[in-house]
Design a protein around this ligand. Structure first.
Ligand code: AMP
Length: 190
């Protein structure tokens, strides 16, 4: 199994790159943001709960997110591995993921992080908001709050994976193809 955490702040390009990489490596792509949005669209209980946090740009509570992630993994028993996109986002989520994969005699092979300066991220998100229909991409104060959440709860995961010697930073500025090639170089080495 090859399990990759694709990491980076909102707007770094995780979703775009994950879609390309999953085909090349035959991995299952799990985006917790996409799963939440699917639940919101289908007006499930989970969706209604998640919406109240997502609309503000806040993180959804850990336990809800962790349970959902585990269910997604368990729904894919034949997967050759996973690309986790937007998960983990807190230290508690990272520790739960490690424990969960360990039970399956597996683990995270590497965290590959897309590094992009914040001014470029805001521009990308506002542009995406014109077509994504995502309210959290259309309002600069919500975008700023997502960055605050990222800085205060998520950015420390760099240390978490660095301590395990599993952190790989990649420059996330450039053409989509250029960035994909750099990510592939890292993933091929894992
Ligand atoms: P994303 O599509 O990854 O930008 O996520 C959109 C929103 O979904 C975030 O701003 C959070 O409100 C929520 N979300 C997605 N993944 C997580 C996670 N791992 N933990 C908590 N909230 C999450």
């Amino acid at each position: 199994m090859k399990n990759i955490v694709l990491f980076g702040p909102p707007g770094a390009g995780k979703g775009t790159q994950a879609e390309l990489l999953k085909n090349k490596y035959d991995l299952v792509h799990i985006s917790t943001g996409d799963v939440f949005r699917f639940n919101i669209k289908n007006q499930t209980e989970l969706g209604m709960l998640a919406k109240s946090y997502m609309d503000k740009g806040d993180l959804v509570p850990d336990q809800v997110t962790i349970d959902m992630l585990k269910a997604e993994v368990n729904n894919n028993p034949d997967a050759k591995g996973f690309i986790f996109d937007g998960f983990p986002r807190t230290e508690s989520q990272a520790a739960s993921l490690d424990a969960f994969l360990k039970e399956k005699n597996s683990g995270i092979d590497g965290m590959v992080a897309l590094e992009v300066p914040e001014n470029l991220l805001v521009e990308r998100l506002l542009n995406r908001g014109k077509t994504s229909g995502r309210s959290d991409d259309q309002d600069e104060s919500k975008i700023r709050n997502r960055f605050n959440e990222y800085e205060s709860k998520t950015a420390i995961l760099k240390d978490y994976y660095q301590k395990q010697d599993k952190y790989y930073g990649v420059n996330g500025v450039g053409s989509i193809d250029e960035i994909t090639s750099k990510l592939e170089e890292v993933i091929d080495s894992l």
